[in-house]
Design a protein around this ligand. Structure first.
Ligand SMILES: NC(=O)c1ccc[n+]([C@@H]2O[C@H](COP(=O)([O-])OP(=O)(O)OC[C@H]3O[C@@H](n4cnc5c(N)ncnc54)[C@H](OP(=O)(O)O)[C@@H]3O)[C@@H](O)[C@H]2O)c1
Length: 182
């Protein structure tokens, strides 16, 4: 009987974009998807960290490509999806909207600029990258249609001190996910 995960499951031939893959949850997702045989592209804002990750993944024989992208910048999101389209021949099986920031601050202390920045990073990037990915997802070849995975938070469901705005972004993400699912 075969017990290795590669034999039980395979994503060979599948392609995935994971935002924010240089650390934390995003990095674990990149490594898991690539470990199952998917070709993965990931991004973050820190070029040096990203290159170090790429080098380690290459050593581990994981098929991961990288590019620098700040998902809070609209033009950079467009460029990221162009890179993904060109790397994966216009097809994307999995989009993981993971890049996000948790900023702990009392609601009365948020400035308009802070507000716009967190909304753009955590929520608008999610919406826009999903729009940009659509033409690639409908070309998905492996999974019978592409999938979008949004990394939300319990902060999008329950209230916590200092997390009003973070909670708005994740609550919005939850509702966007429900809407797309219909
Ligand atoms: N950790 C938790 O307990 C937890 C719980 C619930 C939900 N989440 C959610 O899970 C996701 C990942 O959290 P994490 O804890 O793994 O975070 P993390 O360790 O801080 O890693 C975040 C990753 O996203 C990248 N990133 C951040 N801002 C970015 C931007 N504007 N553009 C592109 N990349 C960006 C970071 O790289 P750079 O900083 O170099 O760009 C890094 O690779 C987030 O959406 C978070 O809200 C986390």
């Amino acid at each position: 009987m075969t017990t290795s995960r590669e034999k039980r499951w395979s994503l060979a031939g599948a392609t995935a974009l994971v935002t924010g893959g240089s650390k934390g949850i995003g990095r674990a997702i990149v490594e898991e998807l690539a470990g199952f045989g998917a070709r993965v592209h990931t991004c973050s804002r820190n070029a040096a960290e990203l290159e170090e990750c790429r080098r380690q993944w290459e050593e581990e024989k994981l098929a991961v490509t990288v590019s620098v992208c700040d998902v809070s910048v609209r033009a950079e999101r467009v460029k990221l999806m162009e890179t993904v389209r060109d790397s994966f021949d216009g097809k994307l099986d999995i989009l993981v909207n993971n890049a996000g920031q948790l900023v702990l601050k009392a609601a009365i202390e948020w400035t308009a600029d802070d507000y716009a920045q967190l909304m753009e990073t955590n929520l608008e990037s999610n919406f826009h990258l999903s729009q940009l990915a659509h033409p690639l997802l409908i070309n998905a070849s492996i999974l019978g249609g592409g999938s979008i995975v949004n990394i939300s938070s319990v902060g999008g469901i329950f209230g916590y001190p200092g997390l009003a705005l973070y909670g708005i972004t994740k609550g919005g993400m939850n509702q966007f996910t429900r809407s797309l699912a219909t």
